[in-house]
Design a protein around this ligand. Structure first.
Ligand SMILES: C[S@@+](CC[C@H](N)C(=O)[O-])C[C@H]1O[C@@H](n2cnc3c(N)ncnc32)[C@H](O)[C@@H]1O
Length: 271
């Protein structure tokens, strides 16, 4: 049972703050989530007053990071929305490969990578694509949840987390540990650079061939989606591709991206 009830004023304060710092929108429907996360953080810090906690998170950068980490939803799974990975392998990567000069790498960004299942699925899909070798790929994976990033870098997953991974991939790309967990093999890990990045701010990413930003924009309002997606447009190469979540859409947003529905998968390209 959640003991903390934010007054309307307190809720507005936190809601506006979260939005400014992350682009994530809380509304009265998910207010209870915000209340429970604030309550547990206050308890851990022996704070009684909501205003004191607000002062802490709004003035201390480390506390802000922890707070944002606590309020994110990190649900993910391997090969989530499988048609995206089929399209990546059968359509996107072969086309990108043709644009590359000898020795030039394919650059892919998993933006909002959570605990790593998405970038590892991308890495495996790349290696399963004819003509692509380890040295041909560079994957960047970022999130604002530090806890998720630690788990992603670790790359160890309980057996139930790898249920979606085909048996032959499990044998090829994972080591089964005595604990029953599955660990991503080191040659896959080294294809990925994990980094903290808040999509609210401009990052250092450039010249991407593919961007995956799936099930992240759903927490943003229209303005933040537009800002984020326009940045993606600028950093994608001319022949670049953008994958967003199954339940997300750029419809009506007036972005320069072109909508494509190919083999049951939606992918956005530059005009
Ligand atoms: C539901 S998970 C999706 C993970 C993965 N992309 C997938 O589709 O399975 C959403 C992730 O987005 C991250 N996120 C939310 N807001 C963000 C922001 N402003 N900047 C970076 N990451 C953010 C969360 O921390 C969380 O890990």
């Amino acid at each position: 049972m959640n003991e903390l009830k934010l007054t309307d004023k307190q809720f507005d304060l936190f809601r506006d703050f979260v939005y400014r710092e992350s682009g994530i929108c809380f509304n009265v429907i998910n207010k209870i989530i915000l209340e429970s996360r604030i309550a547990s953080s206050m308890k851990e810090r022996n704070l009684d007053k909501v205003e004191d906690y607000y002062k802490l998170v709004s003035t201390n950068k480390e506390e802000l990071k922890t707070f944002l980490d606590n309020i994110t939803t990190n649900l993910t799974k391997f090969f989530r929305n499988e048609p995206n990975f089929k399209l990546l392998k059968n359509y996107v990567l072969p086309r990108i490969l043709k644009t590359k000069k000898l020795g030039e790498q394919i650059r892919i960004w998993s933006a909002g990578c959570s605990t790593g299942e998405e970038p590892y699925s991308i890495a495996i899909t790349c290696l399963e694509t004819p003509g692509i070798r380890e040295q041909d790929i560079k994957i960047f994976a970022s999130d604002l949840s530090l806890n998720s990033l630690v788990a992603a870098k670790e790359g160890r997953y309980d057996a139930h987390k790898v249920e979606n991974v085909p048996e032959d991939y499990l044998k090829k790309y994972f080591d089964k540990l005595p604990s029953g967990e599955y660990a991503i093999k080191s040659n896959i890990k080294k294809l990925i650079t994990f980094d903290y990045h808040n999509l609210r701010h401009r990052g250092s990413q450039t010249n991407m061939d593919v961007i995956f930003c799936r099930n992240v924009l759903i927490y943003f309002d229209t303005e933040s989606v537009k800002l984020t997606v326009n940045r993606f447009y600028d950093i994608l190469n001319e022949h670049g591709y953008l994958f967003i979540g199954h339940s997300e859409s750029l419809f009506g947003l007036d972005t320069k991206f072109k909508f494509n529905n190919i083999d049951n998968s939606i992918v956005y390209t530059k005009n």
